[in-house]
Design a protein around this ligand. Structure first.
Ligand code: ADP
Ligand code: ASP
Ligand code: MG
Length: 438
């Protein structure tokens, strides 16, 4: 059995939903995970933002726009009066729920309940369509099995328990349809797996049930060798090792949620990236195979802050790095890159929400320098040190760029460079020209 996840653009219009319906009704039993229709989660974020600013009127107006946008889909998606009526009744109920949530005082809990509505809408719409088409479909609420613990980590056991019982009991259903992204937290409230988290949902279910394959269907023919939003002439990479894909996802390749490869890798379930607009294209297969000596792809992660701590007391002292790392741990801020010398350490973080108290504490240890608006450029492939010369080849692309930090050796699959945000595009292009031009 396979699991197939369709992203926002893949279900972005009634026509696309019909294409998805065709793809998933081939007679085989499968689990299908859907995102919200493209643009919906952004609209819901805006509604929650108006609530936060106590602008009830604008929140209400945005809900009105969203509702008329959705109502227009009804005649384009359903053929029968019954199908149209079912969807109309559902929308009525759903938008009343949204209005009720938006009329409450703002809280993070209400915000998350609002953000969850996008996936609830899209999965119901497709379920009604598949029912109209006579497909044996069953809609399963992700809120019944997807949980995160107190540290916001997804829990595998509830997924396994719920789905193994369901699949054993229900041998009739062809398509089990469920929401990506949404879950319940340790308090039982509606929560989510962070933006882009529908990929993660699919990977978690695929891994918990040890399915045959996890398919991520999107709007591009697999993982490209560089970010197609910034670089010209990128090409699809046909195969990646789990580690390579995990590094690329973590370091900014938007096609995959940053942590979605981890569960698949631990369970050894292959992941395939496919294109809904071109279903016959081969896409990218992610598995346990490493192609020796090949540089596969480049990715970039924005909004990075670099922090340098210098102290002559570090010279020959023990426990200096521990003191520094403990400060980041205390403020639950994870570190991406590290470089050390005898008298200092440079670090990078991607979440600067606790930057002020972190810097205050670091000042007790040494002199602190902060650079914001940086970007990590990450080159991924089989970069074992026996492959002599690869680093020289890569760095030749940086002849016109100031590098703030370099990290290699933490993994055999990645070398990372910290550069200023304004140098990102030209660095990505120069790397593509150097590494991937025939
Ligand atoms: P979905 O809505 O299906 O989840 P996303 O927008 O999250 O789709 O991811 C697909 C997009 O990721 C592509 O349209 C592309 O612009 C972007 N992207 C960024 N880096 C890469 C890459 N290396 N390869 C392919 N796509 C990438
Ligand atoms: N709808 C959510 C988002 O836009 C989750 C997803 O699309 O993966 O972030
Ligand atoms: Mg996505």
């Amino acid at each position: 059995m396979k699991i197939l996840k369709f992203g926002g653009t893949s279900v972005g219009t009634p026509e696309r939903m019909k294409d998805v319906a065709k793809l998933i009704s081939d007679g085989s039993r499968k689990i299908v995970v859907l995102s919200a229709m493209s643009g919906t989660t952004n609209s819901l974020v805006e509604i929650a933002d108006y609530m936060r600013k106590r602008n009830v009127e604008s929140a209400g107006a945005m809900i009105g726009h969203l509702r008329s946008r959705y109502k227009k889909h009804i005649p384009n998606l359903y053929d029968t009066d019954e199908g149209k009526q079912k969807c109309e009744d559902f929308f009525k109920e759903e938008f009343i729920t949204l209005q009720r949530l938006a009329s409450q005082d703002f809280s993070e809990t209400t915000e998350k309940a609002i953000l969850a509505q996008g996936e609830i809408l899209s999965t119901h719409m497709l379920t009604f369509y598949l029912q109209e088409q006579g497909i044996r479909v069953r809609l399963i609420s992700a809120l019944d099995y997807m949980r995160i613990d107190a540290d916001a980590e997804p829990m595998m056991m509830p997924i396994y328990d719920y789905w193994s019982k369901l699949l054993a009991e229900d041998t009739e259903t062809e398509v089990f349809l469920t929401q990506g992204f949404i879950c319940r937290n340790a308090q039982g409230e509606i929560d989510n797996l962070q933006r882009g988290g529908s990929d993660y949902t699919a990977s978690l279910i695929g891994a918990a049930l040890h399915l045959e394959e996890i398919q991520i269907w999107t709007d591009i023919d697999g993982m490209h060798n560089n970010d197609p939003r910034f670089v010209e002439g990128t090409r699809p990479v046909r195969q990646l090792h789990f580690e390579e894909a995990a590094e690329l996802a973590y370091f900014g390749a938007k096609i995959l949620h940053p942590t979605c490869i981890q569960p698949a890798r631990y369970a050894g379930v292959p992941v395939r990236l496919l294109n809904t607009m071109q279903p016959d294209a081969p896409g990218t297969l992610i598995n346990n195979v490493m192609q020796p000596g090949v540089i596969k792809a480049i990715a970039a992660k924005d909004n990075i802050t670099a922090i340098k701590v210098v102290s002559s007391r570090m010279l020959l002292a023990t426990g200096f790095l521990r003191r520094i790392f403990e400060i980041f741990e205390r403020y639950k801020t994870s570190i991406d890159m590290v470089a050390t010398s005898e008298v200092g350490v440079s670090l990078s973080i991607d979440n600067d929400s606790r930057l002020t108290p972190i810097v205050e504490e670091l000042k007790k240890v040494g002199t602190v320098e902060v650079d914001q608006d940086m970007c990590i450029i990450c080159v991924v492939g089989d970069l074992v040190r026996e492959n002599k010369g690869f680093l020289g080849h890569i760095t030749s692309a940086f002849s016109d760029v100031a590098i703030r930090m370099v990290s290699y050796g933490g993994s055999n699959h990645n070398v990372s460079f910290l550069v200023r945000k304004e140098d990102k595009q030209k660095t990505l292009q120069a790397l593509s020209d150097t590494l991937f031009t025939d």
